[in-house]
Ligand binder design. Structure first.
Ligand code: CA
Ligand code: CA
Ligand code: CA
Ligand code: CA
Length: 143
């Protein structure tokens, strides 16, 4: 009798760890080493069977410079890029159902966005610029 009870207690951590393993399999990160230098340079975040996010180190300097966020249909929803590879993101692109809607850039690489490009059905309809570097747009052009 005593022995049986003991075994039940032994099983609890085993059952718990099985649940945890299932969770890891359902929500996982797959890393790749594209240039085979022994360091990871691509990370795919997978939920169920769907890739929700990808992070890449395109120039292999150990810093992520390209992030892609995907919607439920597998289309890019958000793109975040470090275009000059200084370790700081400087370009944010937002998509609606796979079409670009807003392209924001820190073209001076000072940590503040200074260009906002608004797009509707592949057509640019408005561009805002911050020309004095205060992070707020002061030039607006509509098309
Ligand atoms: Ca690598
Ligand atoms: Ca990089
Ligand atoms: Ca940058
Ligand atoms: Ca800037």
């Amino acid at each position: 009798m005593r022995k049986n009870r003991y075994y039940i207690f032994m099983l609890i951590p085993i059952i718990l760890s099985m649940f945890i393993i299932n969770r890891i399999v359902a929500d996982m990160v797959v890393t790749s080493d594209l240039n085979k230098d022994g360091k990871p340079d691509a990370w795919s975040y997978i939920s169920g069977k769907v890739v929700t996010r990808q992070e890449l180190d395109v120039n292999f300097d150990g810093k992520v410079d390209s992030i892609y966020v995907y919607d439920n249909n597998g289309k890019v929803k958000e793109e975040i890029l470090d275009t000059n590879y200084d370790g700081k993101m400087d370009n944010w692109r937002y998509y609606d159902n796979g079409s670009l809607t807003l392209d924001e850039a820190d073209s001076t690489y000072n940590g503040k966005i200074d260009v906002w490009i608004y797009v509707d059905k592949d057509r640019v309809y408005e561009i805002k610029k911050d020309t004095n570097g205060d992070g707020k747009p002061d030039s607006i052009t509509k098309y």
